[in-house]
Ligand binder design. Structure first.
Ligand code: SF4
Length: 405
């Protein structure tokens, strides 16, 4: 989401002209992700691709969590030092004025100029297969591999339609950092403790979006559930303010931790009845209390399920997405079954699945009970099939049946 700020920053504040083709740009700013090993590897690979395809005199600035976690990627030239400072300041949420944002949301595989080559695109397959990107299929049948990637990319865009923010979404970054202490998390190391934007500043941006005719708003933060804790406020204070606006709009809440969702469910249900909150992403991570404890997530799975049930009943049309990690150290077959059973409850419209990877300097990287790779892959694929194919397809079919009636 920081891309939003960068986009606005370059368009409005610094006199740069946006160049869509990285091969022609004077300066390439790449915002990388380091949430897990897969994303970090992909970020590094993209930096390499950009380095090899850029003009010889062009510069690359790498920003985002990956720049902090992988300082070897950091920019060490002189010419753009001020700019790097400003960009870092944007990421740290210190300059409110520059945090207004509506923006194009770039997806790696939506690469109109083909700068990111076949191997980078093959990460799409590796993401869904949890395999080495240099897959045998790529080496033996590159054409078939290419067709498969295109089909998967199309399918993904189809199922992601209602999830992705677009140019028609007005994004407001409301906070950065969090109050959590999750044992596997590297984002916390990069982002630090919660820093919230004052309520009136968020409201000002929201009004600006309404005045510009936006109807789709996304509230964004490292952990939205912790919004306001540093200011003596709560996310509920912000939501109450925004839904009270007499206008036709929908809010998306991206990344609401169960720690907030559970105690706030009843109040949230009242707000949901207004129909103005259309989407919530709340990452549960595991269906097993034992694993949640080791992850230091600070909630019980039964409380989370109760809260989500309440929310579903209050507003059945809500799009609810969660996230599940497989292969956390010490995860047994029984723990995995408990995560898998979450799918059966029919509470979520979408579930993102990802595999645990050791992040440097995290507590989880020192935990015992490593799950063998083979088992992680098996578990990952099992959940993947449900999350990537079964759940969205069932949903689409149900939607088509409804339309026919
Ligand atoms: S809530 Fe946990 S997973 Fe989320 S950013 Fe904070 S420490 Fe990381």
């Amino acid at each position: 989401m920081d891309c939003a700020q960068l986009d606005r920053f370059f368009q409005e504040s610094s006199g740069f002209r946006l160049c869509k083709d990285p091969k022609k740009a004077d300066l390439i700013v790449f915002k990388g992700c380091s949430v897990n090993q897969e994303k970090e590897d992909l970020s590094c690979q993209i930096v390499k691709v950009l380095e090899s395809s850029k003009r010889p005199d062009a510069e690359i600035l790498v920003t985002g969590c990956v720049a902090k976690i992988r300082p070897d990627l950091a920019y060490d030239g002189r010419e753009f030092t001020d700019l790097v400072d400003q960009i870092n300041r944007l990421s740290r949420l210190e300059d409110e004025q520059n945090l207004e944002a509506n923006f194009p949301y770039p997806e790696f595989w939506q690469d109109p100029d083909g700068v990111l080559d076949h191997r980078t695109h093959s990460q799409l397959i590796s993401k869904y297969c949890h395999r080495n990107p240099e897959a045998p299929l790529l080496r033996t049948f590159p054409k078939l591999h290419g067709i498969l990637i295109k089909l998967l990319a199309k399918y993904r865009r189809l199922i992601d339609k209602e999830l992705l923010v677009s140019r028609r979404t007005f994004c407001i970054k409301v906070c950065s950092g969090c109050m959590g202490n999750c044992s596997y998390c590297a984002i916390k190391l990069a982002r630090g403790r919660i820093k919230s934007k004052p309520l009136d500043a968020v409201e000002r941006e929201f009004k600006q979006g309404l005045d510009q005719g936006y109807k789709d708003f996304a509230l964004v933060g490292t952990d939205l559930g912790d919004y306001g804790k540093d200011l003596g406020l709560d996310l509920m204070d912000l939501l109450e303010k925004l839904v009270a606006y007499e206008a036709h709009f929908t809010l998306r809440l991206r990344n609401v931790n169960p720690r907030w969702l559970i105690p706030s469910a009843s109040l949230l249900c009242e707000l949901l009845k207004t129909g103005k909150i259309g989407y919530i992403l709340s990452p549960v991570e595991s269906g097993s209390n034992k694993v949640l404890d080791r992850m230091k997530r600070d909630y019980r799975i039964e409380d989370y399920i109760d809260a989500v049930r309440k929310i579903r009943r209050a507003y059945p049309a809500l799009i609810l997405k969660t996230q599940i990690m497989v292969g956390f150290p010490g995860e047994t077959d029984e723990d995995f079954r408990e995560s898998r059973d979450l799918f059966k409850l029919g509470l979520f419209n979408y579930v993102d699945v990802y595999a645990f990877t050791k992040r440097p300097r995290t507590k989880a990287s020192r935990l015992d009970g490593d799950v063998p790779d083979k088992i992680v892959t098996k578990r990952y694929r099992k959940l993947l099939f449900r999350s990537f194919f079964r759940l969205p397809l069932n949903r689409r079919l149900a939607f088509c049946r409804l339309k026919r009636r």
